[in-house]
Ligand binder design. Structure first.
Ligand SMILES: Nc1ncnc2c1ncn2[C@@H]1O[C@H](COP(=O)(O)OP(=O)(O)OP(=O)(O)O)[C@@H](O)[C@H]1O
Ligand SMILES: [Mg+2]
Length: 296
């Protein structure tokens, strides 16, 4: 018997936005997919809004992602790997990325509603401690207006965040204990999971477009050496404020040509620069664009 079952059944049947909060390996995503499955079972149109950038349930790392779920089979991994909407952030953790993260989450929530979702399950990153974690969660709740926030806590670790939600917002707060038999994920396992996730996203067929140096956000500085963008992850813009997917740049020193490699079938209107390079075997290396550009 699942100890969360009664909460799952009640929330999946009645909530319109449910947000899951908890540290790393607290069971957020397992509970999130359980809530989604119960919602589908109850005849609701469910959207899974995955705001975790590192260990994804929906789509590739470095992006906020959303998948509409109409039937139980939509929860199978090969379907979850294909998001219905994406908002590129360009990093695998929220540090330094609060703005794109929260703005992206808001945009995809609006899209989920427009596509008919009546239950939105919001899965979040494990950043729950410190000033940064509190500020992030506060603004996510302010923007997404969950009617239920479920906290998965070990001891008192979530008391500050859940206390803030109770004081500032009308959301119902449900505090659940982390299950004792939950498995800890090592840093190596997290990296392997992330690399497998990227590999799946960047499976053939891939498109290779020539890109001009004028298409980027932020704009490249004058006299910038484009070779420095080699292997940088980018978000593909549809030119209407939305994102069609992610890709990476490849700079060929021989002919001085920059190319975009991406599984997205349609050519992008513009590219948003990320803050990681995708190296051999989809390992990532962080990049600070301010250092790269030599500006503030
Ligand atoms: N009820 C459970 N019983 C046993 N193991 C579980 C249970 N729920 C989750 N796990 C395992 O614990 C690990 C962490 O669970 P899950 O991925 O749901 O947590 P999370 O909070 O989303 O983690 P992350 O912060 O990495 O996204 C996984 O390996 C999962 O299979
Ligand atoms: Mg998770």
């Amino acid at each position: 018997m699942d100890p969360y079952q009664s909460v799952v059944d009640r929330v999946a049947g009645t909530a319109s936005v449910v947000m899951l909060v908890g540290a790393l390996d607290s069971g957020k995503s397992t509970l999130g997919t359980g809530l989604a499955a119960a919602g589908i079972q109850a005849g609701r149109v469910v959207a899974y809004l995955d705001v975790d950038l590192g260990r994804k349930t929906v789509g590739p790392p470095t992006a906020v992602t959303m998948r509409m779920l109409h039937e139980p089979a939509d929860l199978e991994p090969h379907r979850l790997s294909r998001p219905d909407a994406i908002s590129f952030v360009g990093a695998t953790s929220p540090q330094g990325q609060l703005l794109p993260l929260v703005v992206g989450a808001g945009r995809l929530r609006t899209l989920a509603r427009a596509q008919g979702a009546d239950l939105v399950v919001v899965d979040t990153s494990g950043l729950v401690s410190g000033v940064y974690g509190q500020i992030l969660k506060y603004h996510k709740v302010e923007l997404l207006e969950p009617d239920v926030v479920i906290g998965l806590a070990r001891g008192e670790e979530l008391d500050p965040i859940l206390g803030i939600v109770r004081r500032f917002f009308p959301s119902e707060v449900v505090a659940l204990p982390v299950l004792p038999d939950i498995r800890h994920t090592s840093i190596d396992e997290r990296a392997q999971y992330r690399e497998a996730n990227f590999r799946e996203y960047f499976a053939e067929p891939l498109q290779r477009w020539r890109v001009k140096p004028t298409v980027f956000m932020p704009t490249l500085p004058a006299l910038f050496d484009p070779a420095q963008l080699d292997r940088l992850l980018v978000g593909l813009s549809d030119g209407k404020g939305g994102s069609t997917g992610i890709g990476y740049l490849e700079y060929s020193a021989g002919d001085g040509v920059m190319r975009l490699i991406s599984p997205v079938a349609e050519g992008p209107k513009a590219l948003k620069l990320g803050s990681v390079r995708l190296e051999e075997d989809f390992r990532i290396r962080r990049v600070d664009l301010r250092n790269l550009f030599g500006t503030d």
